[in-house]
Ligand binder design. Structure first.
Ligand SMILES: [Zn+2]
Length: 463
């Protein structure tokens, strides 16, 4: 008996994670993400799933980022009735992310003159199907298939998923692998007990600067920005990046290493996500951070942080003169409140903008990070006279060394025979595969969209 693994997303692409695993009795999905980036054809997102949705028995979700959960309500809308498994923090985060997504999709549908991909009630239906699954708990999720989650250290609640069949064939999906060590999250756990690993490779060909210097680099960059006298814009992903940023800022202000300037968290989503971090941090963070939370209460709050939930509060930020830090989504500047501040402040040479994460090809954030002289925001060309600083090492993803370490530690278990490098741009996937082959002596395959691979006890073949 064998398993069939089908790549329906996240092959040659960073986003749109979606894998189908099939046994003789059951079909399950791992992740049901949406593709992101300006170069994504509308039909790729809005088109039908390339499989019979009603035949899928269960969905296992690695983590709450939109590129891993973003099409779940569409799946439910089109007839999926199985259980959806994820960790309890992922459940809370996914609810926020999907509700936010539904409202963005409503806007998008209006712009495109078509039906929304899904609506709020589809999100409600999807949430009803969720059955939380804790880390390190083996659970039968469909006839003959069990799932086991491990911490992947990427964002709060993130997990790798190992699926095991009755015939003892096992395939694991890493989801996104964290940039360990994180100040908040436990380090990623390798997966030594699967026959086949489907591994992320976003930074498969790139190295991050050492993380120990990350806070130091940020504080120096902030001092430079403050001396320029203008606004300091930080387009940040609402999930994890924003909380890390708040945590570091809180440390800087406590240590007196920065002048006391106002900080605005101008994102309703990020404000709510931070609440979820406050809720689950004391049980899902690494022990040091859990202790810090138990000792200090919040580790994301400080005296001159203003959370601007309403539009009125947000608009009032403009009235604050002098240097001020504005943290807002979207992380790739492709919407959200940051657009308003970019349009307002990027033409001003006193402004500094920090890029702190992966910027997809074609996104406004990528153009800004690459030094373009103007960027199109909400239909208007905005000249960029601001200083743009790309702060690397803030990624929530392991870099090429971290990924290789993950592969090596997983291979040490002696069971992993084949590693697929997925969820990266093609060059990154190929580079990682080459290194896994050359340095670790393992078989590494770069999968392509739509391919089917047959996984038996002793062989992995494309069919
Ligand atoms: Zn992710």
């Amino acid at each position: 008996m064998s398993l069939r693994l089908k790549f329906y997303g996240g092959a040659g692409k960073v986003t749109g994670s979606n894998f189908l695993l099939e046994s003789s009795q059951s079909k399950i999905l791992i992740d049901c993400g949406i593709e992101q980036g300006a170069d994504i054809a509308v039909e790729e997102v809005y088109g039908p799933f390339p499989y019979d949705v009603s035949s899928i028995g269960a969905l296992i979700v690695t983590h709450a980022h939109l590129d891993h959960v973003g099409r779940i309500p569409k799946l439910v809308k089109e007839g999926f009735r199985g259980r959806i498994h994820m960790t309890p923090p992922t459940r809370d985060l996914a609810e926020l992310i999907l509700r936010d997504s539904a409202s963005i999709l409503r806007e998008e549908a209006r712009r495109l003159g078509r039906e929304p991909l899904y609506e709020e009630q589809d999100v409600d239906s999807a949430l009803m199907l969720i059955e939380p699954l804790e880390y390190h708990t083996e659970k039968e999720v469909a006839p003959g298939l069990s799932a086991y989650l491990r911490d992947s250290g990427h964002i709060l609640g993130s997990a790798s998923v190992r699926i095991q069949s009755e015939e003892n064939i096992s395939v694991a999906f890493t989801g996104d692998i964290g940039n360990s060590p994180s100040p908040l999250l436990p380090d990623f756990e390798p997966v030594p007990d699967a026959d086949v690993l489907v591994m992320e490779s976003v930074y498969g060909n790139r190295a991050h600067p050492p993380q120990q210097r990350r806070a130091e680099i940020l504080v120096e960059a902030l001092k430079r920005a403050i001396s320029r006298g203008g606004a300091i814009l930080i387009p940040a992903f609402s999930l994890e990046r924003t909380q890390l940023m708040l945590y570091e800022l809180s440390n800087f202000f406590t240590e007196d290493s920065l002048p006391q300037i106002p900080v605005f968290l101008d994102s309703p989503l990020a404000i709510r996500v931070t609440d979820v971090y406050e809720k689950w941090g004391p049980t899902y963070f690494k022990p040091e951070a859990e202790d810090e939370m138990k000792r200090e209460g919040s580790i994301f709050n400080f005296p001159f942080l203003t959370k601007t939930l309403s539009r009125e509060e947000s608009a009032a930020i403009e009235k604050v003169a002098g240097p001020k830090i504005v943290i807002a989504g979207a992380g790739m500047s492709h919407g959200g409140r940051i657009g308003r501040w970019e349009a307002r402040y990027l033409p001003d040479p006193k402004t500094t903008l920090f890029t702190v994460g992966y910027q997809a090809p074609g996104s406004p954030g990528r153009r800004i990070a690459e030094g373009a002289s103007s960027v199109r925001i909400a239909g208007t060309d905005v000249p960029i006279r601001a200083k743009v600083e790309v702060l690397e090492g803030w990624s929530a993803h392991a870099d090429r060394e971290g990924l290789l370490e993950f592969a090596q530690k997983s291979l040490e278990g002696g069971r992993v025979k084949t590693i697929f490098t997925a969820l990266g741009e093609p060059a990154a996937e190929r580079f990682l595969a080459q290194r896994i082959h050359d340095y670790l002596g393992a078989r590494a395959i770069v999968p392509e969209f739509g391919q089917t691979w047959e996984i038996a006890k002793d062989s992995v073949n494309r069919i």
